[in-house]
Structure formats: structure tokens, C-alpha cells
Design a protein around this ligand. Structure first.
Ligand code: PMP
Length: 290
């Protein structure tokens, strides 16, 4: 089926789906976005994604030209138009067309784009064997600069770290904040397991509060784990029993080595395997019907 892309009220064939070169999303990375998943004909945590999108827009003083209910319809209709039951939805609200100055007031109307497609972030064997990561020299933007809680179109901080990952042969890299505390990876949140404790960094260190992160914390409570949002350092990752990453694109993926240190046994562990099973089951039973 030929993909169609929603732009400002109309669907266009993939090859004709274009936005202006004067759009400040293109010129300056001025805008916000969401990556959303559909499983078995239902959109997972749609409301949470939309609330985060509107919060990000509010934080950059971007007025979204439609309300949250209309935006939900745009997402669902994009899935229908593309016959998508399982896949990945990229919803973008950019500042819109302006002039060559960066003043957002010159952009009278935001642009809305919705792409419904499929995604495979990492090779399947990383899910079964586990992934190696290293720590990036590039630090995650500080909360007082470009707060990572704003899911903006400006991903250069993450891309600089991703370039380091590519150079080292790792699929992902760990990013620290300016104090050396573990924050997250370039496109994923991080969790470590110590005994029956499941630990992930709190929002204030500069993490994007992932929707998958929240869902995994929920299933972990059901599994009887002691779930905590606490700061930790690289040493805690190196000495953890188990480690894994979460994200809408990645879902949940075990990490078995960090900076050349084997984590736990060096194989995906039982706690992570159980959480991944529970998370997949949740994705299969929850969601807004397309
Ligand atoms: N951190 C960053 C920097 C991200 O870009 C993402 C989204 N890919 C995540 C974490 C995970 O968030 P979510 O589970 O909502 O996709």
C-alpha cells in the first residue's frame, strides 16, 4: 500500500509530502514531535503522547492550531489511511513558515505533519543477545539550556552522541549530565536492576520522561519490584545485576556491556526478560482502537 502523509489537513502520497524550506522546523529545528506506536490495531498510550506533545509546545510558546481531540483524530486517521495496525507514527508540529530571521512571531501558523509507517531501530539479535553501550563524551543538554523534557525537533545534542556511538560500533551510547550523573541514551531511557530494585534517573537530572519508561515502571510494580527514580553514576551501571533501555522505537532492550565492563552475567537477565514479557503483554491489551 502506497504510504500517504498528513500535512495541515490533507493527505499526500509519500513522494509529494513536502513542507516549505522557510518552515522554521527546517531552518532552526523549531518545533516539537512525538514518536507513537500502534500494536494490533490500537494506538498505545495515545493520550499520554498527546499531553506530552502539547506540554512541549507550551514550553516553547508554540500554539498548536488544533485541539487535542482533533490531533487524536489526525493520528488515528493517518493509521487508517495507511492500513496500519502495527507500526510507528511520527507526529510533528513545527513553527511553520516564516522569514529568514529566527523570531517565531514571524511564523503565523504552525505546520502539522503525521507520518504513519513502520520502524526497526535495532537488529533483532540485540534483543536476544543484549546490547553493548559506551559513555558518550557529549553531555546531555542541561535542564537550564534545552531541557530534555521538551521533546523538540532540535536533536543535535543526541546526534552528536549518536555519531560517537557509530564511531565505536555501539548501537546506543549512555549520556551523562554536566555533573556526571547518568541521564539517558540518545533515544532511549535507561534502567538498572540491583537485586529486587529497579532504578531509573529522575526527571530533574534532565531525562525525557519516556512513555515507555512510565509503562515499564507500571508493569515492574505489578511484578513486585521496588521501583525507584534515583540518581546514579556510570559505576552503578557497570556493577548492576541487569540493565536495559526503553523507548517507543526501541521498546525494551537488554544491555549486557557498558564501557567494556560486562553487566551481570553478560547475558540478558531474568528480571529484564520478565519485564519485557510483561511490557509486550501490556502493549497487546491496551490502546485506542484505530
Ligand atoms: N529519551 C530520548 C532522548 C528520546 O528521544 C526518547 C524517545 N525516542 C526516549 C527517551 C524514550 O521516550 P518514549 O518512551 O516516550 O519513546
Amino acid at each position: 500500500m502506497e504510504r500517504v502523509v498528513y500535512i495541515d489537513g490533507r493527505f499526500y502520497p509519500k513522494d509529494e509530502a513536502k513542507v516549505s524550506v522557510f518552515d522554521h522546523g527546517f531552518l532552526y529545528g523549531d518545533g516539537v514531535f512525538e514518536g507513537i506506536r500502534a500494536y494490533g490495531g490500537c494506538v498505545f498510550r495515545l493520550r499520554e503522547h498527546l499531553v506530552r506533545l502539547y506540554d512541549s509546545a507550551k514550553a516553547i510558546l508554540l500554539e498548536v492550531p488544533v485541539d487535542i481531540e482533533a490531533m487524536a483524530d489526525i493520528v488515528l486517521e493517518s493509521c487508517r489511511q495507511n492500513g496500519l495496525r502495527d507500526g510507528y507514527i511520527r507526529l510533528v508540529v513545527s513553527r511553520g513558515k516564516g522569514d529568514l530571521g529566527l523570531d517565531p512571531r514571524k511564523c503565523p501558523r504552525a505546520t502539522i505533519v503525521c507520518i504513519a509507517d513502520t520502524i526497526a531501530l535495532y537488529p533483532e539479535e540485540l534483543y536476544t543477545q543484549g546490547m553493548r553501550v559506551m559513555t558518550a563524551a557529549t553531555r546531555r543538554s542541561g535542564v537550564e539550556n534545552l531541557n530534555p523534557r521538551i521533546k523538540s525537533l532540535n536533536y543535535l545534542n543526541n546526534i552528536l552522541a549518536k555519531v560517537e556511538a557509530n564511531g565505536s560500533g555501539c548501537a546506543e551510547v549512555l549520556m551523562l549530565n554536566d555533573q556526571g550523573l547518568v541521564v539517558e541514551c540518545t533515544a532511549d531511557n535507561i534502567f538498572i536492576v540491583k537485586g529486587r530494585r529497579l532504578i531509573t534517573p529522575p526527571a530533574w537530572v534532565g531525562v525525557l520522561e519516556g512513555i515507555t519508561r512510565g509503562a515499564v515502571m507500571g508493569v515492574a510494580v505489578e511484578a513486585g519490584l521496588d521501583v525507584r527514580e534515583e540518581v546514579f553514576t556510570r559505576v552503578d551501571v557497570w556493577t548492576a545485576d541487569e540493565c536495559f533501555l526503553t523507548g517507543t522505537g526501541a521498546e525494551a532492550i537488554p544491555v549486557v556491556e557498558c564501557d567494556g565492563r560486562r553487566i551481570g552475567t553478560g547475558r540478558p537477565g531474568p528480571v529484564v526478560a520478565d519485564l519485557i514479557r510483561r511490557f509486550r503483554a501490556l502493549c497487546g491489551r491496551e490502546g485506542v482502537e484505530i
